[in-house]
Design a protein. Structure first.
Length: 239
């Protein structure tokens, strides 16, 4: 009589089992090994290299920083520069800017500001001068300029100008039946010393100019009667 091996019956709804696998255990697809894409590895390498390059550039720029002279408090054009007017700061210096190194600070003390110096700004060689803006034999006269007489190109200390006497409104009109020769245009050479801010409301801007001492009273009378205007001279060699 032959022996027969009984095959266990599989219950309905239960998946077939593989030898060596426990009952009811399946491997989800989510846990299967995934292969990384080559392009992802390339992007990661590029990011790491870029960060390293940026860090190297940052270190390099930090190495180019220099200790330079800055302005600690406001200095008007023509005023002498004192040690208290100056400070120092470590900045990345632009090659096109002729800044003054901190160890050269004493070389500018005692010189005059060629232009108005504002706190927090860097000091350059072009902003200092040995020459006084107001020279011996000169007087400083204020000229009040209405908005229509202010140069759009701007005025700056040291610029050469002509103070021109202008007619007031209605002054050039002649009485009927009378003839009169137009007066010769009067002007006086001058140099800008300081340009004030526009007054609130009127917009009038006061400009201090240096003129010869003998011309001072005349120019002052023009200014007091609102007959003075400024004509900007063209620099030598200008078109």
């Amino acid at each position: 009589m032959s022996e027969t091996t009984a095959t266990p019956q599989q219950a309905p709804g239960i998946p077939a089992q593989t030898p060596g696998q426990g009952p009811g255990v399946t491997v989800p697809r989510a846990y299967k090994a995934r292969r990384r894409s080559p392009w992802l590895a390339t992007v990661l390498i590029a990011l790491i290299a870029g960060c390293g390059l940026g860090f190297a550039l940052l270190l390099n720029s930090a190495g180019d920083r220099q200790q330079v002279v800055t302005i600690a408090r406001e200095v008007q054009a023509g005023e002498k520069i004192t040690p208290g007017d100056l400070a120092t700061a470590q900045v990345a210096v632009d090659g096109g800017l002729k800044s003054i190194r901190a160890d050269e600070q004493d070389s500018v003390v005692g010189r005059r500001a060629a232009v108005g110096l504002k706190p927090g700004s860097l000091l350059s060689r072009s902003q200092v001068t040995r020459t006084a803006l107001v020279r011996q034999g000169e007087q400083v006269v204020p000229i009040g300029l209405k908005p229509g007489l202010v140069h759009a190109s701007g005025l700056a200390p040291g610029q050469r100008v002509e103070v021109v006497k202008v007619a007031k409104d209605g002054e050039a009109e002649l009485a009927p039946g009378k003839e009169k020769e137009a007066p010769a245009q009067e002007s006086v050479p001058a140099r800008v010393i300081k340009v004030g801010d526009a007054e609130e409301g009127s917009g009038t801007r006061v400009v201090d100019v240096a003129v010869l001492k003998e011309d001072g009273p005349k120019v002052l009378s023009w200014s007091a009667t609102e007959r003075a205007a400024l004509a900007l001279d063209v620099p030598d060699g200008g078109q």
